[in-house]
Design a protein around this ligand. Structure first.
Ligand code: AMP
Ligand code: MG
Length: 397
């Protein structure tokens, strides 16, 4: 199979999942449990927003045609009440932020621009009609859709649900994600490894990434590097909505994952991507389920999940869009790499995100170095040298 570059591979994942996915089942959750969940229904405004013309300032409700000039203050109106009566020519009503604009008034002048005393207020400048007024329905008219199904709810979405009266909300069920780690040298976290063994960190880092991306991880027992045992674990894995396998996709004698997947009649979309870490990356579909064979080196597993598998998971979870934000930051020092591959290297962004420095590490298995990074530098395959002070893309961890 021809290896794909980073962008082609990501597009392939997104296209394949979009084409094949079905609308996930829904469940009802309380408003305060809905953050980070994916909305399953369109949500409309249940009334005009604002429901009436509302003052955006503390000040005076006036008739714009009267200004500049001196006006008689005929009363006051606070948020949470309605002014009885109307503002006539030459008159003003003292008004607080959020209070309904009294009948007759067509503008609000903020208190800082007024001189008040003895029941009168002087305003030395003219105003435009509608100044400092939030018009009825200007944010949303009753019945207008304010949130679309397929939106991942952030705190602004939660605010909208609350504002329009939803104490419960329909969201998509979280997709289940089976995680199968392979490798004869791997032992479970509770076990004491011999010097030649390694604890299974990938299953757990993946579970954390899956949870963050809105999935429900299911960690299966370790698969031994035999076709038979790996087949058994992978077979359980296909019961989930998405299957992630770590390790066993390189060209070694005991890398049996591709052979096992082929045995399930898998359709492979790619089995190599021009990135590092993570070149031997397998993406395909079998028994109606998508799977990823992620290379086993911890940073390869992490990066390939983040840039490819997360997109599949988010789309399977019913999200309309999946984003991979890679903003620019300035390098604090020169950076060189061998061109030809999109390279992801652990790096430290300053707290304001403006500057980035590579983190020293000893290769893709260096978990302690990964914990010191808060981002990955993303080096372009067509560039060999980035000078100090140049812009480079980063993937925030
Ligand atoms: P593989 O992709 O199977 O060739 O694995 C490459 C290397 O990644 C192995 O030699 C291990 O050092 C490491 N590795 C594989 N699986 C895991 C795992 N589940 N947890 C931590 N490290 C792993
Ligand atoms: Mg292995």
């Amino acid at each position: 199979m021809v290896p794909l570059d980073f962008h082609q591979a990501r597009a392939k994942v997104i296209d394949a999942v979009r084409l094949a996915r079905e609308i996930p089942p829904m469940e009802d959750v309380a408003l305060d449990a809905a953050a980070a969940r994916v909305l399953a229904v369109d949500v409309a405004a249940d009334r005009d927003s604002p429901a009436l013309d509302r003052s955006a300032r503390d000040g005076y409700a006036v008739r714009a045609a009267d200004l500049p000039g001196e006006l008689a203050v005929i009363g006051e109106v606070r948020a949470g009440e309605r002014f009885v009566g109307a503002v006539g020519p030459g008159q003003a009503v003292e008004i607080m932020t959020g209070a309904p604009v009294p009948a007759g008034a067509d503008a609000v002048v903020m208190v800082e621009d007024t001189h008040a005393g003895n029941g009168r207020v002087r305003i030395d400048r003219g105003v435009q009609p509608a100044q400092a007024i939030n018009r009825r329905g200007s944010e949303a008219a009753a019945g207008e859709i304010v949130l679309r199904a397929g939106t991942r709810l952030d705190y602004t979405g939660i605010a909208a649900l609350a504002a329009f009266g939803h104490s419960r909300v329909a969201v998509y069920r979280r997709p289940t994600v089976a995680i199968v780690a392979t490798g004869d040298e791997i032992v479970e976290v509770e076990e004491t490894p011999a010097e030649f063994q390694i604890r299974n960190s990938n299953a757990h880092s993946l579970a954390a990434q899956v949870t963050r991306a809105g999935g429900a991880p299911v960690i299966l027992p370790l698969a031994r590097d035999t076709v038979e045992h790996t087949r058994q674990m992978v077979s359980h894995g296909f019961e989930a909505d998405l299957l992630l396998i770590s390790g066993g996709v390189s060209a070694g004698k005991y890398d049996v994952v591709e052979e096992v997947l082929a045995g399930f009649g898998a359709e492979f979309y790619f089995d190599r991507v021009l990135i590092q870490p993570g070149q031997p990356l397998v993406f395909g579909r079998a028994l109606g389920k998508f799977f990823f064979g992620l290379p086993g080196n911890p940073s390869s597993t992490m990066v390939t999940f983040e840039v490819f598998a997360r997109a599949a998971l988010e789309l399977l979870g019913g999200e309309t869009e999946t984003a991979l934000m890679m903003p620019w930051a300035r390098l604090t020092r020169e950076f060189r790499h061998r061109p030809g591959l999109t390279r992801f290297l652990p790096a430290r962004l300053t707290a304001d995100g403006a500057e980035v420095t590579p983190v020293a590490w000893h290769g893709s298995g260096d978990i302690p170095a990964l914990t010191r990074a808060n981002a990955f530098l993303v080096a372009d395959p067509s560039r060999e040298v980035y000078a100090a002070g140049e812009w480079i893309r980063v993937l925030i961890k």
